[in-house]
Design a protein around this ligand. Structure first.
Ligand code: PMP
Length: 306
């Protein structure tokens, strides 16, 4: 279905895509005051299933709490509305974007006098970097832009404003001909990509930066922790110096949109595995098998829509 024909849920009502508009003086437009999620619904043999919906809702409510937004629905209600939004649109497979933002009201930085708006949109969205990248990997650079220091923008909140930094990283990478950029944290350790977490593989062990390296605590990242352990692969959180990227055996990104995407080169230096390393391959296959419902849902991560 064309996304323009779909319905968007806004504060209790399903409305047509083209009617889901806001006033120019909406607080979030001027001051970045929104929190959001990105979830994926996958086609499975038992019908469409949303992957880790509960974890996404938990993080949405955490992000809202950090910014003192009181969402006027219980988490259970919010989950039900998300399922209904996918159902009403008839998607077999889609990306889902719940967003909560400070709406139209008072102008000025203080957000507390502006009404909160909650909305959920969904649309069909294939591989983030394209199908080929899932096999051959992406070419990336280390960005000259750093992630924000922990006492500036809290990275554990998935807030609209944080993505201004992501946009600078992404635009710089594209301008220099790369697919994506990796940001360091303010201490110079590896943090994450503009829209995903990073993992490196060295001598059979997977490493990823800890939450203290200004990362978003990715739900795919957490999923990879569990799947890697089930595959018998050691996985650890460590602060990662920049040069460890260049000498890694394998590097990959994770995220709801990017799923598990191999990295083939960094700053035009080829990663040893060059295309897709064997551990990346195993983790990616385990991830896609799980989200596609091809294996037993032993962690209760799938929410069936029908
Ligand atoms: N970091 C950033 C900056 C992101 O935008 C995302 C995507 N939401 C992630 C990490 C990965 O998070 P998740 O696996 O929960 O999608």
């Amino acid at each position: 279905m064309e996304k323009e024909n779909s319905k968007i849920w806004v504060d209790g009502r399903f409305i047509n895509w083209k009617d889901a508009n806001v006033h120019i003086l909406t607080h979030a437009i001027h001051y970045g005051s929104s929190v959001f999620e990105g979830c994926r619904c996958y086609k499975t043999q038992k019908g469409p299933a949303i992957f880790r919906l509960k974890s996404h809702i938990d993080r949405l409510y955490d992000s809202a709490k950090i910014y003192r937004m009181e969402i006027p629905y219980t988490k259970k209600q919010f989950c039900t509305i998300i399922v209904d939004t996918v159902k009403i649109n008839g998607f077999k497979e889609c990306y889902i974007r719940p967003v909560v933002f400070r709406g139209y009201g008072a102008m000025g930085v203080n957000p507390l006098n502006n009404p909160l708006v909650c909305a959920i949109a969904c649309w069909e969205w294939g591989a983030y970097f394209g199908e080929e990248a899932t096999q051959k990997g992406v070419s990336v650079c280390v960005s000259s832009w750093r992630r924000a220091a922990p006492d500036t923008f809290p990275s554990l909140a998935k807030a609209g404003g944080n993505y201004l930094n992501s946009q600078l990283i992404k635009m710089e990478a594209l301008r220099y001909g790369f697919d994506e950029g990796i940001a360091l944290d303010t201490q110079g350790y590896v943090s994450e990509a503009s829209g995903g977490n990073i993992f490196i593989v060295k001598s059979g062990v997977i490493f990823t930066p800890p939450t203290s390296s200004s990362i978003l605590a990715g739900i795919t990242r957490h999923t990879v922790f569990i799947l890697a352990r089930e595959l018998g692969i050691r996985i650890e959180q460590h602060m990662i110096p920049r040069e460890a990227l260049y000498i890694a055996d394998e590097v990959f990104f994770t995220g709801t949109a990017v799923e598990v995407t191999p990295v083939s080169s960094i700053d035009n230096i080829n990663i040893k595995s060059s295309i897709k390393g064997s551990i990346t391959e195993k983790v990616q296959a385990a991830y896609l098998d799980y989200v596609g419902g091809n294996v037993e849902d032993k962690h209760n991560w799938l929410t069936y829509v029908e």
